[in-house]
Design a binder for this molecule. Structure first.
Ligand code: NAD
Length: 490
């Protein structure tokens, strides 16, 4: 098997034991975190692992940077210029970011470079335009001789906690608005995929972000993550991860009543009506679930198909699954899907498949580990799924698609909404009145019609129900990282 050669910068980066990035400097920690390459199952890199003490140092550095005000009180135009420069640097170093994420996440290099890194740069570029547009208002109050106006201010030190499925992109989604608003940051990336966040911290300094404004501290969730969520010096937590961890963070944050925004799990319903253009709906529904190997919070993992087209859709899906190539992140030439993130995750996914069979579903494609040292599972399609089955209710977060049959429109709406989650939903239909009805009635933060997975730095994104609260992206994201002060002048 031929592999893409490592860039010299990447080889040097993973060979060195990476330290924490605190106060604009590298900072050691007594513990190590071993990062494993899911394409090989072997150790890839060792990085310093933050615990409570290191976390505390990072919060102190961020607090000092916030109080000094070199970032928050800088001319907003200058803050924007620096964020734009950071976007340029991310774009320029996209091959480096691409290799780092392909190595520690396992996703194909071309995707890590052209999707994750490119969209991260776009995200910083969009938010680079915000600092000089964060405006207050003058309020026409009813008290004579008083001027009342508002100031929209940064919240202070923000703790950002991110998952492993889009290592660079999830960090960028949070960092760009938080920095644009003038906050200082402690970022704790996932223990599975800390490399691109550490590299980004170096680039932020190179772009001109003052020391101490962005601190990056890899560590375990129950340790460094919990220390961040409960730290009295942290004003806000921006979190993306599982619903279970989201609940832990709500509890941990209660001490100083932090602001929270939570982007949590999902179990998205995707509905194919008989009038859909199947030449688009079938590949659309396939990639809605298997994009990023199903390791996506918006994966369209509950596919409801009308009885009239059920067999045709299943044939199309299994045909597509048969043509998919699965391989290591840096394989040359590239392939379609990488490994799942860890052995534990692989066992959990295969366990879900087994349970679905015990509960009466049929595995039409995949469902077993694919050959190789890494943790590979080919696209798995399960038919004859019913709403009560575990596979239809719980988030699998892997390459497993459940296909459910429906006959009646009102019935499928109730079934689609019968979920604890509400991150995304979608439908495929040519009937504009039905499209409007469903777009209104589906209980989800995002609804996709005749497409799937689109997001944009300018468009709000987030969940309802147990998929969390708060909207990242667009002007809503600025709201997540600011607070309004009312000033009265006599
Ligand atoms: P996870 O919840 O296990 O971990 C996410 C992050 O939280 C990691 O950095 C982890 O170290 C940290 N963490 C774990 N326990 C913690 C604790 N007690 N206190 C503080 N931090 C803690 O999730 P994961 O396995 O990394 O990611 C997969 C999950 O993330 C899925 O449920 C997926 O749906 C969700 N996700 C959601 C979105 C979204 O935008 N809604 C995007 C990506 C992933």
């Amino acid at each position: 098997m031929k592999m893409i050669p490592l860039l010299p910068e990447v080889a040097a980066f993973i060979d060195a034991r990476q330290a924490l990035r605190i106060g604009g400097q590298t900072s050691d920690a007594p513990e190590n975190l071993t990062v494993v390459n899911p394409s090989t199952g072997r150790s890839l890199a060792v990085v310093a692992c933050a615990g409570h003490a290191e976390l505390d140092l990072a919060v102190q550095a961020a607090t000092m940077a916030f109080q000094q005000g070199d970032w928050g009180r800088m001319l907003p135009q200058d803050r924007g210029r620096i964020l734009w420069r950071l976007a340029d640097l991310i774009e320029e170093r996209a091959p480096i970011f691409g290799q780092l994420d392909a190595l520690d996440n396992g996703k194909p290099y071309a995707i890590a470079r052209d999707v994750d890194a490119h969209w991260s740069a776009r995200h910083f570029r969009y938010f680079a335009g915000w600092p000089d547009k964060i405006e207050g208002a003058t309020i026409p109050v009813g008290t004579p001789d008083r001027l009342n106006y508002t100031r929209v201010e940064p919240v202070g030190v923000c703790g950002l906690i991110t998952p492993w499925n889009y290592p660079l992109l999830m960090a960028s989604w949070k960092l760009a608005p938080a920095l644009a608003a003038g906050n200082t940051i402690v970022l704790k990336p996932s223990e599975e995929t800390p490399l691109s966040a550490l590299y980004l911290a170096d680039l932020a300094l190179e772009a001109g972000i003052p020391a101490g404004v962005l601190n990056v501290v890899p560590g375990y969730g129950h340790d460094a993550g919990d220390a961040l969520a409960s730290h009295a010096g942290v004003a806000k937590i921006g979190f993306t991860g599982s619903t279970r961890t989201g609940r832990e963070i709500v509890k941990a944050s209660a001490g100083n009543l932090k602001k929270l925004s939570l982007e949590l799990g999902g179990k998205a319903a995707n509905i194919i009506f008989p009038d859909a253009d199947l030449s688009r709906a079938i590949p659309g529904a396939f990639w809605a679930n298997f994009g990023n190997n199903g390791q996506s919070c918006t994966a369209g993992s509950r596919l409801y198909v009308h009885a009239d087209v059920y067999d045709q859709v299943l044939d199309g899906l299994t045909g597509l699954a048969a043509g998919i190539r699965v391989g290591p992140g840096l394989e040359d030439p590239g392939h379609d899907l990488g490994p799942v993130i860890s052995e534990k995750q692989m066992q959990m996914i295969l366990g879900h498949v087994e349970t679905s069979q015990k509960e009466g579903a049929t595995v039409l494609a995949g469902g077993v580990r694919a050959p190789g040292d890494g943790w590979f599972i080919p696209p798995t399609i399960i038919s004859a799924v019913t709403d009560e089955m575990t596979i239809a209710r719980e988030e699998v977060f892997g390459p497993v698609l459940s296909v459910l049959k429906f006959d009646d429109e009102a019935d499928v709406l109730a079934r689609a909404n019968h979920s604890d989650y509400g991150l995304a939903a979608g439908l495929w239909s040519q009937d504009v009145t039905r499209v409007r009805r469903f777009a209104d009635a589906l209980e989800a933060g995002t609804v996709w019609v005749n497409c799937w997975g689109e997001t944009d730095a300018a468009s709000p994104f987030g969940g309802v129900k147990q998929s969390g609260y708060g909207r990242e992206m667009g002007k809503d994201a600025i709201g997540l990282y600011t607070q309004t002060k009312s000033v009265w002048v006599g």
